[in-house]
Ligand binder design. Structure first.
Ligand SMILES: *Cc1c(COP(=O)(O)O)cnc(C)c1O
Length: 386
């Protein structure tokens, strides 16, 4: 059966496991290297940096190539995947790979906070202007495109507020107007939203989250079409980005179980959402599977499911006191690991209004959802007592 006909779960198992890389092992082993030795000066001088070619530590080893290839095989329409030392590095480097000073970048107003900061600081100094757009703009994005507009950075659902965007409509217009589209696809991963098939040119993951899945590594990836992949990979090497073989290996290990983990995160989150809906302390719940979440219809049309991250509005009471009181939910940055997390979050917007304030974000891990519900229940009762 050719790769093309394998379903995503099979590709998760098979992807990147070339015999030349793993030999008789199930997994390509951790190959740590800086120096690669050549047989002669002539051989060294003739060698070129490329994925799949032992050249220098910066270009990686079979451990890295196997992860890249597995991610590429997950995304129909992809030509390759570049690895970065963090999700944020993947986003910023991919932006730099497609823009030059004088260009304008359109960015969703619901973008991940550190990405917004990069646009307002480094990109601005570099001579690129950023214009934010309402995440619900859809085909209306056509009106924002000017002579200097070169790229659109999408994130769907949006960080913290979960608006789902009309990605096919935005990408269709971008293609007509000769713009490149990038998406931060960390929430859905290619399993729930195959972004390139929806028309996106470059799909970025904070692999720190669901790919790694165990809260023990930092990694970013950008998977691109033939048109953009070489530029992405070249800039990442020109900037000297390198990923440790141990982290690449851990990410490959995480990837193999991503489908079953995502399913469990989804089921747990939906169970908590149903329970939260019945609580008088809770206002809006921002989860794409709920009809009142902005973009819910688009989620139903375009996504194959939901993951474990969502937010809810606490109507009264102190959010921080609620989070502090929780026992099973950790307090900390990041998400996507096997363990549950809770955090008060405050969306920053310049164009559109967040759908709710006083938000608490939950990442639902792999614990028994009934234990998580019991934990939330005791915390709600505790803050109600004042
Ligand atoms: C965490 C996150 C990132 C950044 O990933 P790091 O690996 O932590 O740098 C980017 N986008 C989204 C949506 C994230 O949640």
């Amino acid at each position: 059966m050719s790769d093309k006909h394998q379903r995503p779960r099979t590709r998760l198992v098979e992807g990147g496991r070339r015999e030349e890389w793993r030999r008789r092992l199930v997994n390509p082993p951790v190959e740590r290297a800086s120096t690669i030795l050549f047989d002669s000066v002539g051989e060294l001088e003739a060698d070129r940096p490329a994925l799949g070619n032992y050249h220098y530590g910066l270009q990686g080893t079979a451990t890295h190539w196997a992860l890249s290839e597995a991610l590429t095989q997950l995304e129909p329409g992809a030509a390759g995947t570049a690895l970065y030392p963090s999700g944020l590095a993947a986003i910023t480097t991919a932006i730099l790979a497609v823009l030059k000073p004088g260009d304008e970048l359109l960015v969703t107003d619901a973008v991940y906070g550190p990405t917004r900061k990069f646009c307002g600081t480094f990109l601005k100094r570099y001579g690129v202007t950023t214009r934010y757009y309402d995440p619900l703009i859809g085909a209306g994005i056509a009106e924002l495109i000017g002579d200097d507009t070169r790229a659109i950075l999408i994130e769907s659902p949006g960080s913290l507020t979960m608006e789902v965007q009309d990605v096919p409509a935005i990408c269709g217009i971008a293609r007509e107007r000769g713009l490149v589209t990038l998406i931060d696809n960390t929430w859905a991963t290619p399993l729930l939203f195959p972004a390139l098939a929806a028309g996106v040119d470059i799909s970025i993951l904070a692999a720190t989250k669901y790919v790694g899945g165990h809260a023990d590594l930092m990694l970013g990836t950008a998977t691109a079409t033939e048109q953009y992949f070489a530029d992405l990979q070249t800039l990442s090497w020109d900037l000297g980005h390198s990923v440790s073989a141990d982290d690449a290996w851990l990410a490959s290990r995480g990837l193999r179980t991503m489908a079953v983990r995502l399913k469990a995160h989804e089921e747990g989150a939906l169970k908590l959402v149903q329970w939260l809906k019945g609580r008088s302390e809770v206002g809006l719940i921002l989860h794409p599977a709920l009809p009142d979440c902005p973009g819910h219809e688009l989620w139903k049309r375009d996504f194959k499911g939901s993951s474990g991250l969502f937010a809810f509005e606490l109507l009264n009471g102190d959010r921080s006191a609620l989070v502090d009181r929780l026992e099973l939910f950790g307090i900390g940055f990041s998400w996507g690991g096997y363990e549950s997390l809770a955090l008060p979050v405050d969306p920053i917007r310049t164009v559109s209004k967040p759908p709710a304030a006083n938000l608490v974000r939950l990442h639902v891990g792999l614990e028994d959802p009934d234990d998580l519900i019991a934990d939330l229940s005791q915390a709600f009762e505790w803050i109600a007592r004042g």
